[in-house]
Design a protein around this ligand. Structure first.
Ligand SMILES: Nc1ncnc2c1ncn2[C@@H]1O[C@H](COP(=O)(O)OP(=O)(O)OP(=O)(O)O)[C@@H](O)[C@H]1O
Ligand code: NI
Length: 371
């Protein structure tokens, strides 16, 4: 793994200024994507996964705005603020212009795949024609060469009879087939990074599995990096190399995928894993996560997860944890934002358990040991 990441996100903040107040949708997240990796962004609905992915390409629209942080792609500043002479925040001089982001970055360098292919495909043009146009524009091929390439791409993503299907319209394709077409379109420009926002969520489980296998195969062949947005830990296990777990606009845990599953460091990640269906567990054994995620307009004090956390203590209500390195795995840090770890040293062990939690108030054995 090379030392310089392809994409570096530092302390990114995106807010929506609404009548009801300021929604802190993305509230200071940092992560990296290295060449050839599939990096997961996982969390419940409303965690800020989509807003985070849109922010990377500066696609956030009013009333939303990126209000802080830095996004660097191949060493270029996609977004960056600095303090001006009077202490006001202003865009860095070296920040790419809107045109540069639109022309050079989106599509060519970083492609996006969304959940609903119908939104990205034009219903009045043939599937093949749309794919051909993307190839023509981005690769400077003649119409004929681009057509041949489009048919080849359709074949590659598993569309049967690609010559015939080339002439068909989006509504003649099934959901899974349309998603394959979008993958073909994303790959057609040979981008270094593909941002995929829940691309398999609307599909049934079998088709989802096929698409994930396809992406795995193509990723290995083209060495494309992915940011894979999902709420599904099962999908994360299947496809991701490293994972960022988001809760209420923040990243609460960050680790290589095996490490995240086998040495979980954040109670929210543990809760997500416990709520995940597994072949060795009946539905009755699933543990839904306690409570609902609070509003991003007025997040809880201290650790934002504390009202739902089985390990919460009094200190968690007061101290807000930023992710800290609590372990290392495969030369990557394993970061967690949970005060129970020694790295925080804020008196968690001596702090009183928060009341109302069955595990800490009733019949605690006191011998739980370690974390
Ligand atoms: N246009 C908008 N105006 C106001 N608030 C918004 C807007 N778009 C998103 N938000 C808020 O930003 C927060 C993060 O939303 P986001 O869509 O990123 O969540 P998500 O993790 O992608 O969830 P899901 O799994 O449902 O897609 C939420 O509180 C949401 O209500
Ligand atoms: Ni989303």
């Amino acid at each position: 793994m090379s030392s310089e990441p392809l994409l570096r996100v530092e302390n990114l903040k995106t807010q929506f200024f609404t009548d009801a107040g300021t929604v802190r949708a993305v509230d200071g997240i940092s992560f990296e994507v290295y060449e050839g990796e599939i990096v997961g962004l996982v969390g419940e609905s409303g965690a800020g996964k989509s807003v985070a992915s849109m922010s990377l390409l500066r696609l956030v629209e009013r009333p939303g705005e990126i209000v802080g942080g830095e996004v660097t792609y191949k060493g270029e500043t996609v977004f960056g603020l600095e303090e001006g002479p009077d202490g006001e925040l202003r865009e860095r001089e070296e920040m790419l212009s809107n045109e540069a982001v639109r022309e050079r970055i989106r599509g060519n360098e970083i492609a996006v795949i969304f959940q609903d292919p119908m939104e990205s495909l034009n219903p009045v043009f043939t599937v093949g024609g749309q794919l051909r146009e993307v190839i023509e524009l981005n690769r400077g091929l003649s119409k004929e060469a681009a057509r041949a390439e489009a048919i080849e791409m359709l074949r590659e993503v598993g569309i049967p009879d690609p010559e015939e299907r080339y002439e068909e319209y989006p509504h003649q394709f099934s959901g899974g087939m349309r998603q394959r077409v979008l993958i073909a379109m994303a790959l057609a420009c040979e981008p270094s990074l593909i941002v995929a926002d829940e691309p398999t969520t609307a599909l049934d489980v079998t088709v989802e599995g096929q698409i994930i296998d396809l992406v795995d195969e193509l990723q290995a062949k083209y060495d494309t990096s992915f940011i894979w947005v999902t709420h599904d830990m099962g999908v994360v296990a299947e496809i991701c190399d490293r994972v960022n777990v988001m809760y209420l606009g923040e990243i609460v845990e960050q680790a290589p995928v095996d490490e995240l599953f086998h040495d979980t460091k954040h109670p929210y990640t543990r809760a997500l894993l416990n709520s995940m269906p597994r072949p060795d567990r009946t539905v009755a054994e699933l543990e839904p996560i306690e409570g609902v995620m609070p509003e991003a307009i007025s997040p809880p004090s201290g650790c934002r997860f504390h009202p739902r956390c089985p390990d919460a203590r009094e200190v968690c209500r007061r101290v807000h944890p930023e992710p800290e390195e609590v372990a290392r795995a495969d030369s990557h840090p394993h970061n967690a934002a949970c005060l129970k770890h020694d790295a925080f040293d804020v008196g968690y062990d001596g702090s009183a358990p928060l009341e109302g939690d069955p595990r800490t108030t009733a019949g605690g054995s006191g011998g739980e040991g370690g974390e």
